[in-house]
Design a protein around this ligand. Sequence first.
Ligand SMILES: [Zn+2]
Ligand SMILES: [Zn+2]
Ligand SMILES: [Zn+2]
Length: 124
Amino acid sequence: MPKDYQCPACRNPIDGDALVCSNSECRKELAYCSHCRDITTYSFLEAGAGRFSRDKFRCVRCERIGVKCLTWKAGGYCNGLARTGSRWDQPLCARCMHRVGEMGRSVLGWTLAGALGGLIKRRK
Ligand SMILES: [Zn+2]
Ligand SMILES: [Zn+2]
Ligand SMILES: [Zn+2]
């Protein structure tokens, strides 16, 4: 069921994958927040320290903190902010997790099984 998204700044209806609001007077940067599962604008919070940590952003809707989804970082078709705050930062946003969950169980599952199998063999 496709959801109708709105720009939180100008209430313009927007596409769920939009990176920037299509309203020429607004043009706010948009992202999909994994906390509130809505399209939001975000503010820069804190630069990531070191190679493996990502810059942190605050969602203007729920004010929780997210990092850019790895798919987004890699230039993929994604505008999601992944959740932070639990034991570790999630690599992917809720939508990519869902996508991976759907098709990944076979593909990713086998890749993981293969990698683990390799590790076990090497240890002998
Ligand atoms: Zn807007
Ligand atoms: Zn949010
Ligand atoms: Zn994503």
